[in-house]
Ligand binder design. Sequence first.
Ligand code: C2E
Ligand code: CA
Ligand code: CA
Ligand code: CA
Length: 279
Amino acid sequence: SKENGGNRITFYKSEDTDRMNRRIAIESGLRPALYQRQFHLSYQPIYRLGDGRLRGLEALIRWNHPELGVISPKEFIPIAEHSGLIIPIGEWVIRESCKMLARIRKYGLHDLRMSINISPLQLHDPSFMNTLLNVLEENRLEPSSIELEITEHYLFHSSETAVTALSRLRATGVRIALDDFGTGYSSFSNLKQLPIHCLKIDKSFIQKIDLQGAERHIVESIIGLVQKLGVEVIAEGVEYEGQYRLLKEWGCNYVQGYLLGTPMEPTMMDTSMFRRAAN
Ligand code: C2E
Ligand code: CA
Ligand code: CA
Ligand code: CA
């Protein structure tokens, strides 16, 4: 309790212990989760702003832990990176999402794209590119049908090898997107040197563009400048009509967010939605 200093110390200590126990439970639960199929993917639609057509889906990993319940990827992905398990987990994500894309494409959506989040550690894994190309071939998908999302924060702090790895991937036809743009330290001059096709403006900016703040001007300038470099722009975290209208006015290429569609469980994905989009 707060009246008693001694108890307070005990209170904080037990909180630390709880946090540590949770971390240990998550870390030791990752491997069984992978082999006992506790992970699944959910898919969020990305739409073209010009005509409202479905551009593709972003695969987002979900974990329903048998005791802890649903755990956010924001919590367990860093732990998986720390333990190295992100490599097999990331490979599972690629396999699963490519299988899904191949299935959906049967509805006539031949140019539908799958966006896949990639950890920097996967980029450094020497077998990554081979695994990726094999999975694509197994599913009869051309490399340009997938887009790897890598966070901005990592790329601008990374070694030459990351950019080299991206360039090699790009040469195979796989598309590259810079994720969470605006949260790191990038400038437009180093943006030019990156082998990217697409840039995703972080939702923390998008969520403020309909207010009277600096974000409005920042996002408008990003869209204009980036497109001059021949790079496409996706706005993520679009939640309100007003944000959508501004992005359209500024010529943003694509939008993603709760306004247009939340991440969907595969069983909830309505095949009629895909048939509609195919026409
Ligand atoms: P992210 O790549 O930036 O993904 C976007 C996150 O924003 C997702 O959270 C998505 O559900 C959420 N979101 C989508 N629309 C809206 C919106 O309109 N408003 C708000 N407030 N949020 C929106 P999620 O699924 O919890 O994923 C969190 C992060 O975990 C991802 O951020 C990504 O960095 C990481 N992640 C997710 N799946 C994977 C994966 O398969 N591999 C790796 N390496 N990381 C993943
Ligand atoms: Ca992403
Ligand atoms: Ca993002
Ligand atoms: Ca993120």
